[in-house]
Write a protein that binds this ligand. Structure first.
Ligand code: AMP
Ligand code: ZN
Length: 134
């Protein structure tokens, strides 16, 4: 059984801040920033490829709710990163669908970097390739 299923089964402890029929929200043990929260589906789905659409939509509505709750709690929050990783290459370490809600503060040390590779790729060619898969 995966670690989040064990948390859902109360086999290992967690700091739960929200629960409904489809998901729970717990504080991430790593606390990338203060209030870093994970929203976890109650049913085990490994990733975005597997999760049922209804649960997926619901979890993202709850991400909004949690962000607003955190903002109400900590008035110094300056923004949020909502992150969801799929497969190890993308940084997924727990293979049970979850969304990170990460508050951002003025002087936090979290690094989420973007790179500009626009010189390497042709948007029109990529658009054409992807549209073939619809
Ligand atoms: P990801 O890398 O997207 O799969 O995220 C997994 C997250 O789960 C990491 O940020 C971990 O810190 C967090 N995590 C792992 N074990 C626990 C736990 N027992 N309680 C709370 N968070 C956990
Ligand atoms: Zn699980």
């Amino acid at each position: 059984m995966c670690i989040f299923c064990k948390i859902l089964n109360n086999e290992i402890p967690s700091s739960k801040i929200y629960e409904d029929d489809f998901c729970i929200a717990i504080l991430d043990i790593s606390q990338a920033t203060k209030g870093h929260t994970l929203i976890i589906s109650k049913k085990h789905f490994s990733n975005i490829y597997e999760i049922e659409d209804e649960v997926l939509s619901h979890i993202h509505v709850i991400a909004k709710k949690i962000a607003l709750m955190l903002k109400k709690t900590y008035s110094d929050i300056k923004g949020f990163n909502i992150i969801q990783n799929n497969e190890p290459k993308a940084g997924q370490t727990v293979m049970h669908y979850h969304v990170h809600v990460i508050p951002r503060y003025e002087n936090d040390d979290l690094k989420i970097e973007s790179v500009d590779h626009s010189d390497l790729y042709d948007l029109k060619a990529i658009q054409k390739e992807i549209k073939k898969s619809i």
